[in-house]
Design a protein around this ligand. Structure first.
Ligand code: IPE
Ligand code: IPE
Ligand code: MG
Length: 251
């Protein structure tokens, strides 16, 4: 029995294996206080610790956080630059914690628009946290867009057809999954979106085919342990049927 599950009143047998979060609402959190949006992003980065630690404690194996979408590049230049600085700071300041807690860092998304300094830090942190058998994988979706990810998977498969390595008949769901950025992580069981928005915003479209959803009005910088425990308890009460009848899954 996991001592933290007991402490938080969670049923260990009904935990999600993979939690994916759309961390939304940093800008509104700052605006309410008449602060610059970047202050909100900093508070948002601070909120990541509690969620990561709780997942690690209770034994959630995969946590995936949407931090920057392909569409977010369209924001004002100062905000984009500030966010890139924040990602650098995040990688530097969290590295030791990740190593200490045996958490592997994984990053999904398109790499071509990042500056060399950030790319170097990303690669270093990934390399240093993947040396051993990890207890948990923390995936950051950075410059991530699900449609772009699917396009890139289709291109990879088409190239194999072009060189006659495979034929179109060989294409199946497994092959598509294996050519996505998420090839080495299971599909999310639970997707959480903060800030009262009810949309997916180009996040893991293929992977969420059978995920459960949890929406909260809480703005991301205010999201904490208690909120996550509430979401996990809600998830524990869901019946996942995967197309079958309720009787079939109970039986
Ligand atoms: C989420 O917060 C973080 C990013 C998208 C980078 P927002 O910046 O979208 O915050 P709101 O939605 O404007 O409040
Ligand atoms: C989604 O939030 C992306 C991240 C949380 C990183 P947005 O704030 O960009 O989403 P929309 O534009 O409101 O749908
Ligand atoms: Mg937003």
């Amino acid at each position: 029995m996991n001592e933290y599950c007991i402490k938080y009143g969670l049923n260990e047998d009904r935990l999600p294996q993979h939690v994916a979060i759309i961390m939304d609402g940093n800008g509104r959190w700052a605006k309410k206080r008449l602060w610059n949006r970047l202050v909100g992003h900093r508070a948002g980065a601070d909120a990541v610790d509690a969620v990561t630690t709780l997942c690690r404690e209770i034994g959630v194996k995969y946590l995936t956080l949407y931090a920057f979408s392909t569409e977010n590049w369209k924001r004002p230049e100062a905000e984009v630059t500030g966010l890139m600085e924040l990602f650098k700071e995040f990688l530097v300041s969290k590295k030791n914690l990740l190593i200490e807690k045996n958490i592997r860092l994984n990053i999904i998304g398109s790499r071509d628009r990042f500056l060399p300094e950030l790319l170097k830090l990303m690669n270093e942190t990934i390399a240093e946290t993947e040396k051993y058998d990890p207890e948990m994988t923390l995936t950051l979706a950075l410059s991530y867009g699900s449609r772009q990810e699917i396009v890139s998977a289709v291109k990879k498969i088409a190239e194999k057809i072009a060189i006659h390595e495979i034929t179109p008949e060989n294409i199946d769901e497994k092959m598509i999954s294996e050519n996505l950025y998420t090839f080495d992580i299971p599909d999310p069981d639970l997707v959480i979106r903060t800030s009262g928005e009810y949309r997916i915003s180009n996040y893991l479209l293929w992977q969420i085919a059978y995920s459960e959803f949890y929406f909260t009005d809480t703005l991301w910088p205010d999201f904490n342990r208690e909120e996550l425990i509430r979401a996990l308890k809600d998830y524990a009460g869901r019946e996942r049927r995967f197309g079958k009848t309720g009787d079939q899954v109970k039986g």
